[in-house]
Design a binder for this molecule. Sequence first.
Ligand code: NAI
Ligand code: MG
Length: 508
Amino acid sequence: MKGKKSTAITTTEKKAIPTRQEQQDVIRFGQAWEYSPSIESPAIVKIAPRYNLFINGKFVAPKSGKYFTTINPATEEKLAEVAEAGEADVDAAVKAARNAYNKVWSKMPGKERAKYIYRIARLIQDRARELAVLESLNGGKPIRESRDVDIPLSAAHFFYYAGWADKLDYAFGGRKLSPLGVAGQVIPWNFPLLMAAWKLAPALACGNTVVLKPAETTPLTALFLAEILQEAELPDGVVNIVTGAGATGAAVVAHPDVDKVAFTGSTAVGKKIQQALAGSGKKITLELGGKAANIIFEDAALDQAIEGIVNGIYFNQGHVCCAGSRLLVQESIHDVVVKKLFRRLQTLRVGNPLDKNTDIGAINSRMQLDKICELVNSGVAEGAVMHQKQGKLPEKGYWFQPTFFTNVTPSLRIAREEIFGPVLSILTFRTPEEAIEKANNTFYGLSAGIWTDKGSKAMKIANAMRAGVVWINTFNKFDPSSPFGGYKESGYGREGGRQGLLDYCKVE
Ligand code: NAI
Ligand code: MG
């Protein structure tokens, strides 16, 4: 059956694959674009050899007595040892949060809470350079992105919700909002500081206190943030940060004195959390995986769209839940899009995350690299045609060349499963109706992209998307005032905007 399906589209798709001569020309063209290195100094940030847990305003050794190593995925070198919180540690953190909630934070007027949140935002700005370097060292993302995206957006999120803290009673037509209590928050490794900001800022603005668990591969910027919280003189226990892996996360969400759970990560763990908490009465929000369609019509501005496609899937090594990982191209422009994309691929610079010219950094972990390789191999085995950037990769560290597939049918694993790497699957469509059907043909529904010259068409398609965020003639744009969240297996609840307050409040 697979064989039949692929012959049906091969005639169109085969032409699109550049000839050997064309490929050689394009690869040479790509190499001609090399820049001399421009490396940001890692010495900008001081990394301690060992980090403890941040509980009740202080760094304390874990009762578990355990530590784990955190590395730089671009070099596999050890950066620091980090405490692994066990159940007793999580319990201490929740107790501190409860105490701070009862005695201080829930009683403080919103305009006073706002001052602390503004202060946190300002301190993030003050220390932006250190934070950017640390984010790139620990996570593998290019410094250009951590400097221009992650850190400024983190500060912006705190600024935005600081602005809400004293206006909660005006947010929803005069209805009174009150906090939920202690929030247990578990975040992933793809945007470590930004996800901490997305979780902390609305929780604090509404008067909740927090136990936050960063991802095991990227704990360092959250611990740096803990130092910022001390510097901001945030009252003890309002935010507690417990590091560790899945077991620590499970202990946080299952703790009986946690009132609200917020999780960003894999759909598999999201489902486990729902099962574990069923009937507990805890309020839950989940932001899970995605398999977004980026739809490009024949009337789109093509060169602009190519940049959008590249940004949509190769941004942050494709470690983006809302990545435009399925490209739906109108059949009439398939060949030209493939050729342009192949050419653009060769000019992407892959390598040292601290180099300011780098477009694509390191894959976050060995585990994630293995997952990408496994899915890419399945695509080749199932008959899709693979196109990659040519060139050498560093010997140490975890790397994957930016890749796209043609000859993809909707039933292939690479068209259905979240790869979470720099890998794009290209499918075709003929009519807007077919585009809508194919775009929505997924278990996920986090985001979508639409590229067309026609405003009416863009609005019609956008309304038909079963996805939380739809970008038109752009992709991967974020703003604290704009809510973000999913449909279907991408989860529920919204982060950002006025809507983001609702998940941290009771509305009376
Ligand atoms: P994960 O879902 O296991 O990890 C995310 C966070 O959840 C981490 O802090 C982890 O320690 C914690 N966690 C793990 N098990 C838990 C449990 N039982 N209870 C509570 N917390 C738990 O994701 P992982 O294993 O790092 O990546 C697997 C795949 O998930 C990726 O390949 C990607 O497809 C997807 N993913 C999606 C993300 C998104 O932003 N939607 C972010 C990270 C991963
Ligand atoms: Mg996992």
